[in-house]
Ligand binder design. Structure first.
Ligand code: ATP
Ligand code: MG
Length: 349
């Protein structure tokens, strides 16, 4: 059985007003069910548009599953949900070949990853073997079962949730698995006003039951094509490399960020820039994304751990200490473009 692949059919990039209209509609739609978390909702969308995967890590009851469901429901595409448990099998995730008596042949039954959005709830409750079944899918966007490789659809995004406090009966994600998540976000508690609004809006019935899609998979592919088109000056790229190198050289860290992290940092920065209405990346985009994109992949030294320094704090500190790039690009990257945006480095600090 062949699974139809939409792999390289991203289609044309969108105009700026079109992009703004679609992305605003998606954010507004999600905010109908999640109160007071605009920055997090935008970051989740940015990760999707950067063709990445999202890890939502926080204590119980702060809306992790709700955010994952709301994003998935806002887009008319195939969504599968996997509730991770210790007895979940790798074949439940990827699929399995079964013998068909009638045709006298093996038939592939696709697993839960054959969808545009895969919501993996409480991912740290599955055994390492099942967690690792996700590895190939997340990085290569394909599944190999019994020697046959099946391409996954585009967009393909894994949104996983986990509770960092819970220890009993959990299997912490291995490093290679964590590295495949473009960003890790914590929901955080809503502020007083947002919690009050939640009681008013969500007190009686759950508004997610009435949430309707405001976009579809084809439109998301156009959004992704638009994000890929966002310009990034060489000096900004160099800044990304310096940021990642700083994690590898830090005395507080036993493991720094990987080249995969650098790629994902830049992709997400392009998405954030586009969501901000820009067609070029600013160093500030990288600064804002450093903690969500880098902090979950790095490992602190024993001393840093004993000093109770979190990886978030270590990355934030590196960002603070690393000087912003100051030299101007040799030639303006915007030459010949119809509009002349502000030079990203024209604000020496
Ligand atoms: N910021 C918020 N805005 C609106 N509703 C919220 C918010 N935070 C939590 N809730 C509500 O709290 C309830 C619990 O949310 P949810 O099930 O998503 O939590 P969770 O983080 O996935 O918890 P668990 O780790 O136990 O699975 C839901 O009804 C959700 O609507
Ligand atoms: Mg949950």
């Amino acid at each position: 059985m062949t699974i139809p692949s939409t792999a390289d059919e991203l289609g044309r990039p969108m105009s700026a007003p079109e992009f703004a209209a679609v992305t605003t509609a998606i954010v507004d739609n999600i905010e109908r069910v999640i109160e007071g978390k605009t920055a997090i909702v935008r970051l989740a969308l940015a990760v999707m548009l950067a063709e990445g995967h999202l890890l939502i890590e926080d204590v119980p009851g702060v809306g992790k599953t709700k955010l994952a469901k709301a994003l998935a429901r806002s887009i008319d595409c195939t969504v599968r949900r996997i509730q991770f448990t210790p007895d979940l099998l790798p074949s439940d995730v990827t699929g399995v070949s079964v013998y068909n008596q009638e045709t006298r042949d093996f038939e592939f039954k696709p697993g839960a990853v054959f969808a545009n959005i895969v919501v993996g709830d409480e991912i740290n409750r599955a055994s390492p073997k099942t967690q690792s079944a996700l590895l190939e899918c997340m990085e290569e966007r394909q599944v190999t079962v019994d020697g046959v490789t099946y391409r996954l659809q585009k967009p393909f995004m894994v949104i996983a949730t986990q509770n960092p406090i819970e220890m009993e009966g959990t299997y912490p994600l291995p490093e290679a698995q964590r590295d495949r998540f473009t960003a890790r976000i914590a929901m955080g508690y809503p502020d007083g006003g947002a919690e009050l609004a939640m009681l008013d809006v969500h007190g009686a019935e759950d508004p997610i039951d009435h949430l309707r899609p405001v976009s579809d998979a084809a439109t998301v592919r156009h959004l992704i094509a638009t994000v890929r088109d966002v310009h990034c000056a060489d000096t900004v790229k160099q800044y990304a490399v310096s940021l990642v190198t700083a994690t590898r050289e830090s005395h507080d860290l036993r493991l720094g960020a990987s080249p995969r992290a650098t790629l994902q940092l830049l992709r997400t920065a392009r998405a954030v820039a586009a969501l901000d209405g820009r067609d070029y990346v600013l160093p500030d985009d990288l600064q804002h994304l450093a903690v969500p994109v880098l902090a979950h992949r790095i490992i602190p030294t024993a001393e840093a751990q004993m000093g109770r320094r979190t990886t978030d704090a270590i990355v934030a500190d590196l960002v603070h200490r690393l000087p912003l790039p100051v030299e101007r690009p040799q030639r303006s990257p915007y030459d010949g473009r119809p509009r002349e945006p502000r030079d990203p480095f024209d604000r020496r600090r």
